[in-house]
Design a protein around this ligand. Structure first.
Ligand SMILES: [Fe+2]
Length: 202
């Protein structure tokens, strides 16, 4: 069975940038529902319930046809939200340091330019989706956006930072103002964790 990972902080911890009620609903209802639906979709194929989630997602092309859609959507959303909660922390934000900062400056010219590019990826994503910073096959950094439950993981890359831009991620507090949410997001980015993921990959 797949389970909902523990939220790494209380639901109030990212106030005022990401509000308590949004996290209660987003984590406790939306994320939990994706976990439940993934388990329900696999109940007649228990061998898949024993797999690691990343391993399961990477094996989507070889899954039975009737499982490809439910695993892509629900499994993808479980994974995407796992990375999202890990991407944030209380008393965070600011800038990365060390190897990750060097790589960001080398790839995107400056940390400010990287922020603009990542924010734009999220703000300009049409409809529901995600903004990502990933490490590609050549160990280079890449900014991208994906729709719905898709992620760079399903395209051979390793995500290290994500911002959920589904309306459920911001609508209670920011209403239709996705750019305000995207601006607030930088105050809670957990660069310690993003750097840890980066250094484990390069
Ligand atoms: Fe979400």
């Amino acid at each position: 069975m797949f389970t909902l990972p523990q939220l790494p902080y209380p639901t109030t911890a990212l106030e005022p940038f990401i509000d308590d009620l949004t996290i209660q609903t987003h984590y406790g209802k939306h994320h939990q529902t994706y976990v439940n639906k993934l388990n329900a979709a696999l109940e007649n194929n228990p061998e898949y319930l024993e797999m690691d989630l990343i391993e399961l997602l990477k094996s989507i092309p070889s899954l039975p046809e009737n499982l490809k859609g439910p695993v892509t959507n629900n499994g993808g959303q479980v994974y995407n939200h796992n990375i999202y909660w890990e991407s944030m922390a209380p008393n965070a934000g600011g800038k990365p340091s060390g190897k990750l900062l060097e790589a960001i400056e080398e790839t995107f010219e400056s940390f400010e330019k990287f922020k603009e590019l990542f924010s734009a990826a999220g703000i300009n994503q049409f409809g529901s989706g995600w903004a990502w910073l990933s490490v590609n096959e050549n160990k280079e950094l890449e900014v991208s956006s994906t729709s719905n439950a898709d992620s760079p993981l399903l395209h051979g890359k390793n995500p290290i930072l994500t911002m959920d831009v589904w309306e459920h991620a911001y609508y209670l507090k920011y209403k239709n103002l996705r750019p305000d949410y995207a601006g607030a997001f930088w105050n809670v980015v957990n660069w310690t964790e993003v750097s840890r993921k980066y250094e484990a990959l390069v």
